[in-house]
Design a protein around this ligand. Structure first.
Ligand SMILES: NC(=O)c1ccc[n+]([C@@H]2O[C@H](COP(=O)([O-])OP(=O)(O)OC[C@H]3O[C@@H](n4cnc5c(N)ncnc54)[C@H](O)[C@@H]3O)[C@@H](O)[C@H]2O)c1
Length: 356
């Protein structure tokens, strides 16, 4: 599908879910590279994980904004608050919206369904309604590799069927894609969904394996390795995700008319993943080495004594593996940062943040 080129400079860009992990990294990049315009971060700063980390990321953003020609506005509030969202759109008229706000986490969704419904369904619906009443040049939103559920065929392609979610989280993300398709078709809202594959990096999410394992090992606790280590994950370093998002923001799906004379939905979905799934045990070994070399853990740490191999958990899938050829073809980019470099950056950040 053809793309309409979008200039970011001079525009107002709304990033929901900043200062969440990916959102904060995206906003930092925009503040660094844009030469004019306004970036709005919107987040309810919930306590699903330590809000101090969100405040820390917000501090980095506010510091970066001081030296940037781009204005930064932070709005503390929920995308599930329709009136608030409507006011934000009416007042600031964002040209580009990147919706990253969501309740993340596969396992948490099993016991906490309400918050997924509120943020991921009602919240996303509100974003679509706001884009309908205050037209935007491009809506980019986070989907997830989890929509592939237990699909056996790898690599996962956006042409594959994704009708078998194995967690409520996955079902909400697939629903986002369906709702976006409908709004793109009915109200000609250019939208692009991005299926992120296991994103990691400095100041990441403490609920994710590499981070929680580091916390546990630092506290002398035992880490659990699911499916007896027989898992493969397409880990994607956060800078690669941000590069992908920034490129996608600048190319919206074209508005075309179908043979029936009706508009075709300016709608697209892409995978963003490294394309080189790593064995979980190799990933853990690399993490351990980097934690030792960053000085987070001592060289003689008894890693074998602090690991327990356990079975598969509900909601988990044994493998994720991205076919990112669509992204490469349409935006000339594929993630390339390997786990050694990525985990090294994480370990160094962890040492500085928690241990100095
Ligand atoms: N990190 C990953 O591996 C990964 C993988 C696939 C998809 N995603 C998706 O990418 C997006 C960003 O993920 P992340 O890893 O940065 O997670 P994150 O939890 O760090 O960021 C999400 C942010 O959204 C905010 N938020 C949640 N509900 C909200 C609401 N109702 N209103 C306003 N703000 C709200 C949270 O406070 C948080 O700061 C999410 O949509 C997530 O589902 C992430």
């Amino acid at each position: 599908m053809g793309k309409v080129k979008i200039e970011l400079n001079g525009k107002t860009i709304l990033v929901t879910g900043s200062p969440g992990f990916i959102g904060a990294n995206l906003v930092l990049r925009l503040l660094k590279e844009m030469t004019s315009g306004t970036v709005i971060s919107m987040d309810n700063m919930n306590d699903y994980y330590d809000p101090a980390l969100k405040e820390y990321r917000l501090g980095l953003i506010e510091e970066a904004a001081k030296g940037s020609p781009v204005s930064h506005i932070f709005i503390r509030g929920s995308i599930a608050d329709k009136e608030l969202l409507d006011r934000v759109f009416a007042e600031h008229k964002p040209a580009i919206v990147v919706n990253l706000a969501a309740q993340a986490g596969v396992r948490y969704s099993i016991d906490h369904p309400d918050v997924y419904m509120e943020s991921n369904l009602i919240g996303f619906y509100n974003i679509l309604e706001a884009c309908r009443h205050h037209p935007v040049e491009h809506l980019v939103y986070a989907s997830s590799s989890s929509v592939y559920g237990g699909n056996k065929k790898v690599p996962f392609s956006t042409d594959d069927k994704v009708d078998n979610p194995v967690s409520l989280y996955a079902a909400t993300k697939k629903s986002n894609e369906l709702l976006a398709h409908c709004y793109s078709k009915l109200y000609i809202i250019p939208s692009t969904g991005l299926r992120f594959f296991t994103v990691y990096g400095p100041a990441g999410r403490p609920d994710m394996f590499y981070f929680s394992a580091t916390d546990k090992l630092s506290a002398g606790k035992t880490i659990q390795i699911f499916n007896y280590g027989n898992c493969k994950r397409d880990f994607t370093y956060v800078d690669d995700i941000v590069e992908g998002v920034v490129r996608v923001m600048q190319g919206a799906p074209e508005k075309l008319t179908g043979e029936d004379g009706l508009p075709l939905p300016p709608y697209a979905v892409y995978n963003i993943g490294g394309g080189t799934p790593e064995n979980l045990l190799d990933y853990i070994s690399t993490l351990q080495e980097e934690l030792v070399s960053a000085g987070v853990l001592p060289g003689d740490y008894d890693f074998d004594g602090h690991r327990e191999l356990v079975g598969m958990q509900p909601g988990d899938v044994p493998v994720t593996y991205a076919d990112s050829t669509g992204l490469e073809k349409d935006y000339g980019f594929r993630p390339s940062i390997g786990i050694r470099e990525g985990l090294r950056n994480f370990a160094r950040w962890y040492k500085e943040y928690y241990k100095s």
